[in-house]
Write a protein that binds this ligand. Structure first.
Ligand code: PMP
Ligand code: GLU
Length: 397
């Protein structure tokens, strides 16, 4: 009999991916399911990026590349960090990976020994906790409630620090809450981190361009902690390139070297063609994303306006990414037909089977009172989905 590893058995399946698989299965059975489960832009990759990929193929960029990425790609990322974030990362501080997911896994595997503590504010993105567990680290979760716009303060961070703390990881704009840390809020975290120079902070900024508040603020901007911060980013979200698989870090050189070493044994570099296409994305001015950001903004209004009309649903005011993470705990204990709703998971199952809308329950994001709506869908689809959710919730009593 095959015996899987304890490491694998202790790992949860990605809830975002599981829910999108379930809705795909229902669709295949002919059910008209609307899936708002996966965090994936519904736009296509811009033509100039596809053209760069075709050109790369025709020019035979089809072989193994340096593990941390082509030199010209890393140079363009270095310029992007300067242009968009005013961050100085030299080429040898940049490692390109097969998605930001791998970038994060590389960093965690490079730093974490068995028993090392990793501080993660909840709600967090589903994969953070599981990646830490695979590395035999201990996740230390800080609950950031909806009343604090799902953000933590420096004092909360400091209270979670112990002699075993090795890493702190978070995202801004945040998946799943859409919360965006201001410069002052990041400064508050930086003031704490600078007192503990052995602690590394992983700042996941993959949604930086999808920000309705204005300018994106990076944690690494504070010189007193620059040497402790790993900035994670990627092309999946802003450039609608989820299938191309490219993420990257800007990091202290020791960490970049370590990630290069890990990646050299696990996967080597990401796809050569994707890398050449990503150069075109890096060189493009973020201003070309204006229309996409405007579309996300008006979808956010649509979803928030509908949610705010549903009795028992509480929302924060998401200022970035393309998610809303409402508190729906007032429905716990309610029933409809054979359904009894005791958890967010029950509610998501009910809405999937009864209302044909796929969402992701908050448990996997570390907040069991909420569910996540990804509004990366057309306004027409969103209008219908919100109508179905409203009707489904209204039937519960
Ligand atoms: N970080 C966050 C916060 C995310 O939502 C995602 C989701 N795709 C990733 C990292 C990973 O992105 P990718 O691997 O597609 O670059
Ligand atoms: N990150 C996206 C999400 O949160 C894509 C799915 C995944 O990579 O887990 O839905």
């Amino acid at each position: 009999m095959i015996q899987l590893s304890d490491r694998l058995m202790a790992m949860e399946e990605s809830a975002t991916i599981a829910m999108s698989r379930k809705s795909r299965e229902l669709k295949a059975q002919g059910k008209d399911v609307i899936s708002l489960s996966l965090g994936e832009p519904d736009f296509f990759t811009p033509q100039f990026i596809k053209d760069a990929a075709v050109e790369a193929m025709n020019n035979n960029f089809t072989m193994y590349t340096p593990v941390p990425g082509y030199d010209d790609l890393r140079e363009s990322i270095s310029l992007k960090f300067k242009r968009d974030n005013n961050l100085d990362y030299a080429k040898n501080q940049i490692v390109v990976s097969t998605g930001a997911k791998q970038s994060i896994a590389n960093v965690v595997l490079s730093l974490i020994n068995e028993g090392d503590e990793v501080i993660i504010p909840a709600p967090y993105w589903v994969s953070y906790l599981e990646i830490v567990k695979v590395a035999e680290g201990v996740p230390v979760v800080i609950n950031a409630g909806i009343e604090n716009d799902f953000k933590i303060t420096g004092a909360q961070l400091e209270a979670a620090i112990t002699p075993k703390t090795k890493l702190f990881m978070f995202s801004t704009p945040c998946n799943p809450t859409g919360s965006v840390y201001s410069k002052e809020e990041l400064q508050d975290l930086a003031n704490v981190l600078k007192k503990y120079p052995h602690i590394v902070a992983l700042s996941d900024e993959i949604y930086e361009h999808i920000n309705f508040k204005g300018k994106h603020e990076s944690l690494a901007q504070f010189p007193e902690i620059y040497n402790q911060v790993v900035t994670v980013n990627g092309v999946s979200k802003a450039w609608a390139m989820t299938g191309w698989r490219l993420g990257y870090i800007g990091a202290p050189k020791e960490i970049a070297d370590a990630c290069d070493k890990v990646q050299g044994q696990f996967t080597s570099a990401t796809c050569s063609i994707t890398q050449k296409a990503a150069i075109a994305a890096m060189k493009a001015e973020p201003a070309v994303l204006k229309d996409m950001i405007a579309a996300f903004k008006s979808r956010r209004e649509l979803v928030l306006n509908s949610l705010n009309k549903m009795p028992g649903v509480i929302t924060n005011n998401p200022e970035g990414a393309f998610y809303v993470f409402p508190d729906i705990s007032s429905f716990f204990g309610k029933k409809f037909g054979a359904y009894t709703i005791n958890t967010a998971e029950d509610l998501c199952m009910y809405l999937l089977e009864e209302s044909l809308v796929a969402l992701v329950s908050g448990e996997a994001f570390g907040d069991p009172n909420c569910f996540r709506i990804s509004y990366a869908a057309s306004e027409e689809t969103l209008t219908e989905a919100m109508k179905r959710i409203a009707e489904g919730l209204a039937k519960l009593s």
